[in-house]
Design a binder for this molecule. Structure first.
Ligand code: HEM
Ligand SMILES: [Cu+2]
Length: 573
């Protein structure tokens, strides 16, 4: 693997270091066996990305079935049971099998590359993370062959206790939480150790790429939140099968205990989903605005502040349960506080774009979709954090609209920005730009047509998790609009799938650094060789690739200036 890679990457300008002799190197396996046994972070990353995207498609099909049912008033397309199963599977899939683990997929592929490491700290543990995730998904989806769970992704007690949810589907849900939780926990420890110990020389905390910062905070939040939900679902399991009564009021237990344990995990889970999305945005914006990120330290620090505050707000999901006013006020105020570090981020992102030399490439456009939609989700979040407002809209479509603006409009648009940005690095090929822009346009229009009007549906009083509604007022019209939007959104997503499938084999060759990126993953080939880097450069700033390009240019000045008239502007950019 040694020095033949050197000539194709900008490493050529740097002094070679002595080769290391490796002992006990395993022979390269081929084909399927290689994928099943791999411990390479890049292959595991690809396994994560592909698997989670398949779950995204499943969750998306479930969403479309829900929307079909709601397309007309008093529809009889689905039975109430099937409807409950669908929204439970949809929510559970999107959260536990798509957004959280796809961030681990990006993290797996890119954290080692961005910090100049040759793999994760514990490669085998890394493989275990992936296989635990897949087992969790399979165990959960196996329930469609008997009875899927019906108690919602929150599985509130007593609904999820044996008396009301006798089917094994609820147990499949419990095992899903156990297995994916274990997967994330093991993965989180791995990320933490990797980031703490394996950074390139010179990469102090102040030079850590912002995406890596968010994966670090993601990992810490997972380590803090997951044990709580793991304990809670274990108590639920023993309540269901071994005669305990932790959540059963008839045995002196408390159903509200479940809600506290669930949301102590559940709210941080929201930040677990969205922080790495913030990280992607913070990487993509400066590259396509051709300007350094505005306020690196503030953007990095605000992630930490958000994570800390995120641990203090869980009971804003429980404003309608009996609580003393002082408790309501505490959780309202702590929720308000999160707007400050979030506002800092949004301000800094906008300031990064301000007077930039903007290149309207697909990754950037998805970022702009993210910015506008996440802002709306954030604002409605502040609204529902006001507890008297929440008393009015709790469990209505207003809340459904709010959290889809955060998760779909925010996290998923950031994920798509990441797909378009990093696809060339992973596959060595470019995605098609016009198709990417069409995909964005349909997703942006479809998303807003689906969910903007759900705020109104909610304020008109339509509760969430109901399989039918009466034909009163404009309810049917609004729901029809929402359903049409969902299919436009689905079409937009389909275009990206087609784009990916086409470009994997046929896309134009990307080369090591098609975007003139700032971070180290662009230093190596696309796709990177097994060992990532033959030599790891010394890091001198938060944008090591700019330093390297400058260095290369300085050393070959006359030749380069003649070859590329734009070189100078790139350097200044
Ligand atoms: C592909 C576009 C999507 C559409 C059309 C869609 C549609 C819906 C609908 C109509 C419901 C309400 C069901 C009900 O309350 O009766 C719902 C619930 C939900 N959705 Fe989505 N959704 C989409 C994407 C997502 C994403 C990306 C996430 C998370 C990352 C997500 C998370 C949830 C959750 C957690 C629930 C609540 C489930 C429950 O009540 O237990 N959705 N979705
Ligand atoms: Cu919350």
């Amino acid at each position: 693997m040694a020095s033949d890679t050197l000539t194709e990457t900008p490493t050529a300008a740097l002094k070679p270091v002595p080769e290391i002799t490796a002992h006990g190197v395993q022979r390269q396996r081929s084909g399927l066996m290689d994928w099943l046994t791999t411990t390479d972070h890049k292959k595991i990353g690809i396994l994560y990305l592909v698997t989670t995207f398949v779950f995204f498609i499943l969750g998306g099909v479930e969403a479309l079935m829900i929307r079909l049912q709601l397309g007309t008033a008093q529809n009889t397309l689905l039975t109430p049971e099937t409807y409950n199963q669908l929204f439970t599977m949809h929510g559970t899939t999107m959260i536990f099998l798509f957004v959280v683990p796809i961030m681990a997929g990006f993290g797996n592929y890119f954290v080692p590359l961005m910090i100049g490491a040759r793999d994760m700290a514990f490669p085998r543990l890394n493989a275990l993370s992936f296989w635990l995730l897949l087992s969790g998904g399979l165990v959960f989806y196996a329930s469609i062959f008997f009875t899927p769970p019906e108690a919602g992704w929150t599985s509130y007690t007593p609904l999820s206790l044996e008396a009301f949810s006798p089917s094994g589907g609820q147990d499949a849900w419990i095992f899903l939480v156990h297995l994916t939780g274990l997967s994330s926990l093991v993965g989180a420890v791995n990320f933490y150790v990797t980031i703490a110990n394996m950074r390139a020389p010179g990469m102090g905390w102040g030079r850590l790429p912002l995406f890596v910062w968010t994966i670090l905070v993601y990992a810490i939040l997972l380590i803090l939140a997951l044990p709580v939900i793991a304990g809670a679902v274990t108590l639920l399991l023993t309540d269901r099968h071994f005669g305990t009564g932790f959540f059963d009021p008839t045995q002196g237990g408390s159903p509200l205990l479940w809600q506290h344990l669930f949301w102590f995990f559940g709210h941080p889970e929201v930040y677990i989903m969205v922080l790495p999305g913030f990280g992607i945005i913070s990487e993509v914006l400066p590259v396509f605005a051709r300007k350094p990120i505005f306020g690196y330290k503030a953007v990095a620090a605000s992630s930490v502040v958000i994570a800390f505050l995120g641990l203090l707000v869980w009971a804003h999901h429980m404003f309608t349960t009996p609580s003393p006013t002082v408790v309501l006020v505490f959780f309202m105020m702590s929720s308000f506080l999160i707007a400050i570090p979030t506002g800092v981020k949004i301000f800094n992102w906008v300031a990064t774009l301000w007077r930039g030399t903007i290149e309207f490439k697909t990754p950037l456009i998805f970022c702009i979709g993210f910015l506008s939609q996440f802002l709306i989700g954030g604002i409605t979040g502040i609204m529902v954090a006001i507890f008297p407002v929440d008393w009015q809209v709790h469990d209505t479509y207003f809340v459904v609209a709010h959290f889809h603006y955060v998760l779909m409009g925010g996290a998923v648009f950031a994920i798509f920005a990441g797909i378009y940005y990093w696809f060339p690095k992973i596959t060595g090929r470019m995605l098609n730009e016009p198709l990417g822009k069409w995909s964005f346009a349909l997703m942006f229009i479809g998303f807003n047509v689906t969910f903007l009007i759900q705020h109104t549906i909610g304020m008109d009083g339509m509760p969430r998790r109901v399989y039918e509604y009466p034909d009163v007022g404009h309810l049917q019209l609004y729901n029809q609009i929402s359903t049409v939007g969902a299919f436009i959104l689905g079409l937009g997503i389909l275009l990206t799938i087609i784009n990916v499938l086409r470009s994997v084999k046929k896309g134009p060759v990307a080369g090591p650094d098609p975007w003139k990126g700032n971070t180290l993953e662009w230093f190596t080939e696309s796709p990177p060789p097994l060992n990532n880097f033959d030599l790891v450069p010394r890091i001198r700033s938060v944008e090591p690739m700019k330093d390297i390009r400058r260095e290369v240019e300085r050393q070959s000045e006359p030749a380069l200036a003649a070859a590329s008239p734009s070189a100078e502007s790139t350097l200044r950019g």
